[in-house]
Ligand binder design. Structure first.
Ligand SMILES: NC(=O)c1ccc[n+]([C@@H]2O[C@H](COP(=O)([O-])OP(=O)(O)OC[C@H]3O[C@@H](n4cnc5c(N)ncnc54)[C@H](O)[C@@H]3O)[C@@H](O)[C@H]2O)c1
Length: 328
């Protein structure tokens, strides 16, 4: 197979996709696209590719497209691309409704194209090592997992990410979805879920800006995720702490180190090597290499539409679970 001709639509988060496609052996970055033509021109100049503001006008010139656009555009754009026979890598979420997710999954199967969600965290070396460590059984049986996602977004009233209809929910759906996906990846299917959200401190958002999500897995493991876009001073102890029957598995905030800690001492399970080469799009390149490999080999991406829907359904069930009044 020759080089896969790639395009990126939406050049904020998508800028990292463009850098990664430029680097990837299997790809020829052919087009970058943004409604802001100046932005697209600048990126095209830096990366040596074509640019346009109208992605449909270049569809015949590409094999695969990354969409890094506002959430409400994911479903209609991905559907158009799939129907044109293109492979699609879509930033999270896959779509804002279950119905749209199911339509996309079916269309990709009918057209025999790869549909993948850009769950960047899944493909990070630290998370792969954490999964291996848990599955090995060497570090005890997981009991309780906690995760922290703490950010402070500049208030943007009226923006697409302030409105529920366009964002698809609040911080949990938009940002927490990565970390709910990781919990499902590590511990399997959930048995039951709960959720509380608040808009205090993020009143510019229609959905919750701060969230506490709870899961009990079928295995019995319990987990909670604390996500916020309204944290003034972030001091999370880690990205994840997983208490097991023998000790504590901890993923550092930067996700560059994983440790196993017991009363006797600690063992480093993963640490980014000192001679690690960093460059724009480094973390996105892990997922993009997987996407391109799946296209080349005709295999299903690990984070395909079905896997995306699993994590989205978990969050939708959390949203449905909230709001039960206490009758004192
Ligand atoms: N994985 C991550 O770490 C991460 C981080 C940030 C954002 N994201 C995801 O990336 C996506 C985009 O988020 P963002 O923060 O970059 O949004 P943004 O609003 O900052 O940027 C979106 C870009 O898309 C362009 N755009 C919008 N509609 C377009 C269209 N029809 N054609 C071409 N260009 C169009 C806009 O001009 C803008 O440049 C979302 O799905 C978001 O959840 C992921």
């Amino acid at each position: 197979m020759g080089k896969i001709r790639t395009a990126v639509v939406g050049l904020s988060m998508g800028l990292s996709h463009a850098h990664a496609y430029k680097r990837a052996e299997r790809s020829e970055l052919t087009w970058v696209v943004d409604l802001d033509e100046e932005k697209a021109k600048k990126v095209a100049g830096e990366l040596g590719c074509n640019y346009t503001k109208d992605w449909m006008s270049i569809i015949d010139d590409v094999d695969a497209i990354s969409f890094a656009t506002p959430h409400h555009l994911h479903a209609p754009h991905a559907m158009q691309a799939i129907e044109a026979g293109k492979h699609v890598l879509i930033e999270k979420p896959l779509a804002n409704s279950e119905e749209d997710c199911l339509k996309l999954i079916k269309a990709a199967d009918v057209k025999n194209v790869r549909l993948m969600i850009a769950y960047i965290v899944r493909y990070l070396p630290a998370i792969r090592k954490l999964k291996e460590a848990i599955d090995s059984g060497k570090y005890g049986t997981p009991i309780n997992a906690q995760g922290w996602v703490q950010g402070n977004l500049t208030p943007a009233p009226g923006s697409w990410f302030s409105r529920k209809e366009t964002l698809g929910g609040g911080v949990l759906f938009s940002h927490g979805c990565h970390y709910i996906d990781i919990l499902l990846y590590l511990f399997g299917d959930p048995e039951r879920v709960a959720h509380f959200g608040t808009r205090i401190g993020t009143e510019w958002m229609e959905g919750e800006g701060t969230s506490q999500a709870l899961i009990q897995f079928k295995s019995g493991v319990i987990a909670n995720l604390n996500s916020s876009w309204g944290i003034k001073v972030a001091r999370p102890p880690a990205k994840y702490q997983i208490h097991t029957t023998t000790g504590l598995l901890q993923v550092e905030n930067s996700m560059l180190k994983v440790e196993y800690i017991t009363k006797e001492g600690s063992e480093v399970i993963y640490e980014r090597p000192a001679d690690f080469e960093n460059f724009p799009g480094r973390n996105v390149l892990y997922e993009i290499e997987h996407f391109l490999e799946c296209i080349a080999n005709g295999t299903r991406p690990e984070t395909d539409g079905v896997e995306a829907l699993r994590s989205h359904r978990t969050i939708w069930a959390m949203y449905e679970s909230q709001g039960v009044p206490v009758n004192l």
